[in-house]
Design a protein around this ligand. Structure first.
Ligand code: FE2
Length: 260
């Protein structure tokens, strides 16, 4: 099967990019399952139930999150009623929601695990040891398992890729909003990329109006973030998976921009 994984959808421009690009991408790559990181979908900060529903209607099957998961207060209550949306599995016990999910695709099951890094991010539980616990759980049901590692530091992401090489179908980095040029199959067959990138306004600083961020760097004063306008982009990867073994056969990075 072919699995499309879309990098962090940023605000209204990111949702526009989904409407503009997704249908054609799914046709071109014969996509069977579409997963996206949606933690910036509501104006850059978190997600609401209405926005999640908008993304499902636009063709996304499953959503992962990250450090912004609780930015919209409503997420705390609706996440427990939403089986298609997961948050990092290494939140401590007692946090709402779940860190993994299983999706049924054409008679097969696909497991998805969401983890957060701890370098330059809140000090959640250890993503390395927790990943093994949940992968063992998912492996009882399927050998097709994707991991969204929402993390800042390239070292932490690369280390988790090697740690899980051969244990999962793919380890896909999110959070830094810039697609890295290192998509590859690792030694034992796990598809890997340090960061899938950002789906949203291209001429921005990680999605935010560039003038605001430049002002912040110049003055060291707080600024209210606003999504940039202008050309929109989608950043994603397609993973071609051997349905029987769960091994990745290929990972294809995608970056497309439109000026509409
Ligand atoms: Fe993030």
């Amino acid at each position: 099967m072919n699995i499309l994984f879309i990098g962090d959808i940023y605000g209204n421009p990111g949702r526009s990019a989904i409407r503009v690009f997704l249908k054609d991408l799914k046709e071109k790559y014969k996509v069977d399952l579409t997963i996206a990181n949606g933690e910036n979908a509501a104006g850059g900060k978190g997600i609401t139930r209405a926005i999640a529903n908008e993304l499902y209607a636009a063709g996304i099957d499953f959503l992962t999150m990250g450090n912004h998961v609780w930015d919209q207060q409503s997420a705390v209550s609706f996440i427990d009623e939403e089986p298609r949306l997961i948050r990092p599995a290494n939140y401590p016990l007692g946090a709402p929601g779940k860190g993994y999910g299983i999706i049924r695709v054409a008679g097969k099951k696909v497991g998805v695990l969401n983890l957060s890094g701890r370098v330059y991010l809140p000090s959640l539980d250890d993503p390395f040891s927790i990943s093994i616990r949940w992968i063992n759980e998912l492996a009882k049901e399927t050998n097709i398992i994707l991991v969204d590692f929402h993390a800042e530091a390239t070292s932490e992401k690369i280390a988790l890729g090697w740690f899980l090489d051969g244990k999962v179908t793919a380890v896909l980095g999110t959070h830094t909003h810039v697609q890295t040029a290192d998509a590859r199959l690792l030694e034992h067959g796990t598809a890997y990329i340090t960061d899938v990138g950002m789906t949203g306004p291209r001429d921005s600083v990680l999605g935010v109006k560039k003038e605001l961020i430049i002002k912040r760097f110049l003055t060291q004063m707080p600024v209210k973030f606003e999504a940039a306008s202008g050309p929109i982009q989608i950043n994603a990867v397609v993973i071609n998976v051997d349905d029987n073994t769960g091994r990745a056969l290929q990972i294809i990075p995608i970056q497309i921009t439109a000026t509409a």
